[in-house]
Ligand binder design. Structure first.
Ligand SMILES: C=CC1=C(C)c2cc3[nH]c(cc4nc(cc5[nH]c(cc1n2)c(C)c5CCC(=O)O)C(CCC(=O)O)=C4C)c(C)c3C=C
Ligand SMILES: [Fe+2]
Ligand SMILES: [Fe+2]
Length: 347
């Protein structure tokens, strides 16, 4: 029987340093997130980062935490519950890190008789540290405990016309009544090194922010390439002018150079250039989370206003909005009916 496995990133159990620490440990000890040799990763993560970050992160989580729990988890559950009403197939939700594990979700599907699984990483773009680590973890769990399960993965959908339409419509709704000067597309950053890793033979992606050749062999896995595609397609769908839109990268950790331009520097640049009314969208995330609700909606606003901005609006992610649920339902139901995925493959 066929079933759907939705996977998102996951959150700590509570916004306390005690619960944030094991969550960050699991997250940052992932070799696809901090891709240093294990001995060095251990020193970096356990010897340095985990000494101070859990307290700081817990304070940030406390600012955005809901009565029902972590926004990312609650929103993913709402999305999953709505999807269940639009498909005959069993649907289970797992998280890459934390206690709502992928293994539990796979067991839930198995208990319902599922042996043919459509894996849906809840990320529009492919990065080693997001999409790839989910796929690898699911395949590890399959090998260890569910050898009878066939796994098919929904490809990154960053330029699928139905995704672009749903995203653009949600942006249009979010912008209603807001007389903006500029829209900033702020994507989660990754270290530049990760881009090189996805394109080891020739490093096409230019550091100045322009993207690599669409025909490049790296197109499949070049995260930067993909996010610029999303920006261009939303821009075209909404009929936005070149000078009204720009893209940037948020959430970097100290150390290596990450993808540029950095979102926090862009707030300053835009304000200084006279873009006083700024809308910010975060299309690397399908669900609002710490990185959108705290870093962008709260911190970002403060940074922009301090730099001379006058009005600021964070446009929410698609979350469990009906249009987005419908798009996902169509993709999974098409796979159910035909065994094929009506999703533009990322080639
Ligand atoms: C959009 C996809 C994501 C990519 C790519 C990604 C890469 C990446 N992240 C870190 C470090 C951290 N990220 C943190 C939070 C976080 N990251 C994503 C998504 C991607 N990360 C989400 C959805 C969230 C929010 C989780 C939530 O509970 O709401 C955090 C934890 C918070 C903090 O302490 O700041 C860290 C750390 C790295 C190093 C990385 C690529 C190498
Ligand atoms: Fe992250
Ligand atoms: Fe590229």
């Amino acid at each position: 029987m066929k079933g759907v496995l939705l996977v998102n990133l996951g959150s700590p159990e509570s916004p306390t340093a005690k619960d944030v620490k094991p969550y960050l440990d699991e997250f940052l000890m992932d070799e696809r997130v901090i891709d240093a040799p294990k001995w060095l990763r251990t020193i970096l993560v356990r010897g340095i980062i985990l000494q101070t970050r859990p307290k700081k992160s817990a304070e940030a989580y406390a600012k955005i935490w809901w009565e029902e729990g972590s926004p990312l988890v609650v929103i993913s559950e709402r999305f999953s519950n709505k999807l269940k009403t639009q498909t005959e197939m069993p649907v289970a939700l797992g998280m890459r890190y934390g206690t709502m594990s992928i293994k539990k979700a796979m067991q839930e599907l198995k208990d319902k008789g599922v042996d043919d699984v459509l894996l849906v990483p809840l990320y529009p773009h492919y990065a080693m540290s997001s999409f790839e680590t989910v796929v690898v973890k699911v395949l590890e769990e399959q090998k260890a405990g569910f050898p009878e399960m066939k796994i098919t993965t929904l490809p990154a959908f960053y330029k699928h016309p139905e995704f672009i339409k749903a995203l653009s419509e949600s942006i249009k709704d979010g912008l209603e009544g807001f007389d903006y000067d500029h829209i900033l597309f702020s994507y989660h950053g990754i270290p530049e090194r990760h881009i090189r890793k996805s394109d080891p033979t020739s490093f096409h992606c230019k550091i100045d922010g322009t993207c690599c050749n669409v025909n490049s062999v790296a197109h499949n896995t070049c995260y930067r390439h993909q996010v610029y595609d999303t920006t261009e397609m939303v821009k075209a769908y909404l009929g936005l002018k070149e000078e009204q839109v720009s893209s940037s990268f948020q959430s970097r950790l100290a150390g290596d150079p990450w993808l540029k331009p950095y979102t926090d520097y862009e707030f300053e640049r835009l304000a200084k250039e006279g873009k006083k009314k700024l809308a910010v969208i975060t299309p690397a995330f399908v669900s609002d989370c710490l990185e959108t609700l705290e870093e962008i909606a709260m911190e970002g606003k403060e940074q922009f206003m301090e730099a001379g901005g006058v009005e600021y609006k964070h446009i929410p992610c698609m979350n469990d909005n009906d249009t987005w649920v419908k798009v996902m339902a169509k993709w999974v139901n098409d796979w159910h009916a035909t065994d094929k995925l009506d999703v533009v493959p990322s080639t």
